[in-house]
Design a protein around this ligand. Structure first.
Ligand code: SAM
Length: 215
């Protein structure tokens, strides 16, 4: 069975210095739910092309944000929103040397105060999982990318989770403003990645939507 969250970093391997610092902070403060290295490497890769700005919901102790910051081109602005005051303080300390990175305290909707972004990572609110639903048409630049973390790979279509239709996954996969797909990062872990369509593109007329958002 795969190690989850912060514990996944016990397997070792090279980490960027900033990621190492965030993982150490998560361990020190007993925060178990950091993004896994597989997710982190995806975020690092995507960040490289996101010069118009990067936003994340759900900072935790800053592990995912550290992967993003370690991949972003110089001059790229990164913000992340965390509603837990202690975690927001811990994460802000991780990035104390990085003027380009800002940790905001509050509800995920604070990402709506800025934008649109070239890259939006939904890892704590806004995922259409019952805690609100981010609007990619408003929050992404044209061609910008959204990543929705933490799905369990589903072998069926339409996708199901715990026996029920997975409305969150369907919301993103069928969103008319996006081209979206599910990427399996590990046998027990997948993410959805979508890019915002150009205004002139029409959504696939053959698609038969089966999902509705919950949040
Ligand atoms: C899975 S953890 C995030 C892990 C982090 N992104 C990382 O990569 O290490 C989810 C975080 O989202 C925060 N969160 C949950 N709902 C939120 C909301 N509505 N607004 C802001 N933060 C939220 C939680 O407090 C928690 O710290």
């Amino acid at each position: 069975m795969s190690l989850q969250g912060t514990a996944a970093y016990e397997a070792g391997g090279h980490l960027p210095e900033l990621v190492r610092r965030a993982v150490d902070a998560a361990r020190t403060h007993g925060f178990a739910y950091s993004c896994r290295p597989e997710q982190g490497r995806l975020l690092q890769t995507l960040a490289a092309g996101a010069s118009a700005g990067i936003a994340e919901t759900g900072t935790g102790c800053g592990v995912g944000l550290a992967w993003l910051a370690s991949g972003a081109a110089p001059g790229t602005r990164l913000i992340s929103v965390e509603r837990d005051p202690a975690r927001a303080r811990i994460a802000a300390d991780v990035f104390r040397d990085r003027e380009d990175v800002e940790v905001l305290l509050g509800d995920w909707r604070r990402v709506e105060e800025s934008g649109p972004y070239d890259l939006l990572v939904l890892d704590g609110g806004g995922q259409a999982k019952g805690d609100g639903t981010a609007d990619p048409a408003r929050l992404l630049t044209t061609g910008g990318t959204v990543v929705i973390d933490d799905f369990t790979p589903s072998p069926t279509w339409p996708p199901r989770f715990n026996g029920a239709l997975d409305h969150s996954r369907l919301y993103w996969l069928e969103h008319p403003a996006l081209r979206a797909t599910e990427l399996r990062l590990a046998p027990d872990l997948s993410v959805i990645v979508g890019t915002r369509r150009h205004e002139t593109e029409t959504p696939n007329p053959d698609a038969e939507p089966v999902g509705q958002p919950r949040g």
